[in-house]
Design a protein around this ligand. Sequence first.
Ligand SMILES: Cc1ncc(COP(=O)(O)O)c(C=O)c1O
Length: 383
Amino acid sequence: MGFSTRQIHAGVSPDPVTGSILTPIYQSTTYVQPSVDEYLAKGYSYSRSGNPTVRALEMKLADLEGGAGSACFGTGMAAVQAVMLAFLNAGDHAVVSDVAYGGTYRLCTKVLNRFGVRFTFADTARPEAVAAAVQDDTRLIFTETPANPTMKLTDIAAISEIARQAGAIHAVDNTFLTPYYQRPLELGADVSVHSTTKYIDGHNATVGGAAVSRSAELDEAVRFIQNSTGTIMSPLVAWLTLQGCKTLSVRMERQSANALAIAQFLEAHPKVAQVCYPGLESFAQHELACRQASGFGAMLWFEVRGGLAAGKQLMDCVELWSLAENLGSVESLITHPVTMTHADVEPAERQRVGIIDGLVRLSVGLEDAEDLIGALDRALAGI
Ligand SMILES: Cc1ncc(COP(=O)(O)O)c(C=O)c1O
């Protein structure tokens, strides 16, 4: 069956007790067992270890990504953390995208490093740089593509092959494109990670995460961390996210079409110094974007002439676009990564990986493209 059919029907079925077409919110801590001998007969004991509403979302996401199983978490960072805890031990080495989300960078450099895990931040856009970074004890390669906020792409198939030869796990943060446009597991990766806070939910209503694994063994390792660290998603968040999933393909198509129109408008604007969107032919890795994904997504960045001061002025005066940190929602958002999402990344490291001071990030929503363009046009005229 096609993606749009599966995004609605996979993982869920009418409630056997009432016929409710929506999976209920199983707001229960514990589950009564029929007898000591039939412990776990219905699969649930305690909602930290598993919950039927969360399970429905886990099954849906596993289906959409083409994985053997998935685990859902209270936040995207809990999903990233679970993958790292599942596959890394003290003394192990990991290679991570040098442009990964700021929270991922912070988890590596300020938390997991304290437990003896060693990280190399490599330019994952260059497979040869990843191969050179791999050491004898590299157990995990963690990439993010497109990366937040630079939009740098990583060739998933090429890095998966490097990981396979090194005997390491390749986990891909697939938050920006979602399984509708990009399926890392089909390209050879082992785990696909999401901040479901973004497009999977899509309505600025929840914070959540997911890790979808290629095999049942990998899924079990991630689920063990989910239970041990107590980071499972809540039933209400899972329920809201289940509703969001049903329109994922429609939202992605429309938001991506809006993003392309906005990128083209900005590219032609005299006050804009540069625009970075994978769907533009001017995008350095446009060929890779076409090869490994079936769409370009709805994230882009641009630089206003006049540098940081002009960028700040634009963000403060633009109508309709909300100055806010999230991305992937139906509401269009505008962000300044240097002072907002990536403030924890050291300035030298930011400069090195291309997060320039004047970078303005757009998360294009579902509004009418002409309204979004009109608002940007008026704001640009005023600076
Ligand atoms: C690419 C990416 N991965 C992971 C995360 C972390 O997700 P969360 O904020 O749900 O913890 C984010 C958050 O912005 C992100 O953009």
